[in-house]
Design a protein around this ligand. Structure first.
Ligand SMILES: [Zn+2]
Length: 297
């Protein structure tokens, strides 16, 4: 078979093209105009890829076309895996984290499911290498709280180890009176993130209010918001506010922040709505799972 006509890569020759490694994001240290051509092209390519992703939020880019020189590749329900194969296979075997499972569990219809910014969610998860197993268990509601571990082995206490409350369940982990300082520190970390990353004032106020409301077991109807982001509020309301702890935000958050950065001439190839949301999710997931609120393994 003529390998130049394999799959969609009809123009890729069988021989391996020469590959040059170019250090990424060099514009962090030097203005774009002062960089050499390779570094500039690298930044341009990043920008083009980001623009395309933003313009096609519903495109499934999890499956990568196979390159003729690869021979074979692994496609799992979550997408193509090109590295860390052993680790990814282990995760895939133990985690039924797919659309149908989540839609059934949280009673989302397809429209609500598609409103969630899974791209940013996935990118944030990829950043959390060290505690990924704990994280994924947390994300699907399997993290080791008393009520769960006691079910498997009665030698583990069902009560909260911090305050002695008779039943440590997922809700208690978030509201345990002995973990108030941890929660305050966590809120402070999120606020710092929002301050540092030029967050749109209405988004900032709403996220802050939502965290306070959720952690204080308040009425979600009382979450503060401005009328200019009513569409975001409605969309997040359908997904469920508690899901922001797990990094499941409506796509509208990133779109709105992106526009805000553009309007204020703050948007750069690396600083955009999606990078803002990815960073925020990372901050929330990390501190929730491996930080003060969670129970790392
Ligand atoms: Zn407790």
């Amino acid at each position: 078979m003529d390998s130049t006509k394999v799959g969609t890569f009809e123009h890729v020759p069988e021989s391996v093209p020469s590959i040059l490694h170019v250090k990424g994001h060099q514009d962090d240290a030097k203005p774009y105009d002062e960089l050499n051509l390779e570094a500039q092209l690298n930044i341009d390519a990043d920008q083009l890829a980001d623009d395309w992703l933003q313009a096609h939020p519903n495109f499934d880019h999890s499956k990568v076309p196979i390159l003729p020189t690869s021979g074979c590749q692994i496609n799992l329900p979550y997408g193509t895996f090109t590295h860390n194969i052993k680790h990814e296979l282990k995760l895939a075997r133990s985690v039924p984290d797919n659309a149908a499972f989540l839609m059934d569990k949280y009673e989302w219809d397809q429209e609500i499911f598609d409103d969630i910014d899974w791209t940013c969610h996935g990118r944030a998860l990829n950043r959390t290498k060290a505690h990924q197993t704990s994280m994924i268990k947390y994300l699907i509601g399997w993290h080791p709280v008393g009520t769960r571990v006691n079910k498997y082995d009665p030698k583990y206490p069902i009560a909260c180890a911090s305050c002695g409350y008779h039943e440590e369940d997922k809700d208690h982990v978030m509201s345990c009176p002995k973990r108030q300082t941890d929660r305050d520190n966590w809120k402070k970390a999120i606020k710092q993130y929002l301050d540092k990353h030029n967050t749109h004032p209405s988004l900032h106020a709403t996220i802050t209010s939502a965290l306070n409301t959720l952690l204080d077991d308040g009425d979600i109807e009382s979450i503060e918001h401005n009328a200019d982001i009513q569409d975001i509020i409605d969309s997040q309301h359908n997904i469920g506010w508690e899901h922001i702890f797990k990094g499941r935000f409506s796509k509208l958050w990133a779109q709105n922040q992106d526009q805000h950065l553009k309007d204020n001439n703050l948007k750069t190839p690396r600083k955009n709505g999606q990078s803002w949301l990815t960073g925020l999710i990372h901050e929330m997931q990390c501190t929730t799972v491996v930080g003060p609120l969670g129970s790392p393994e």
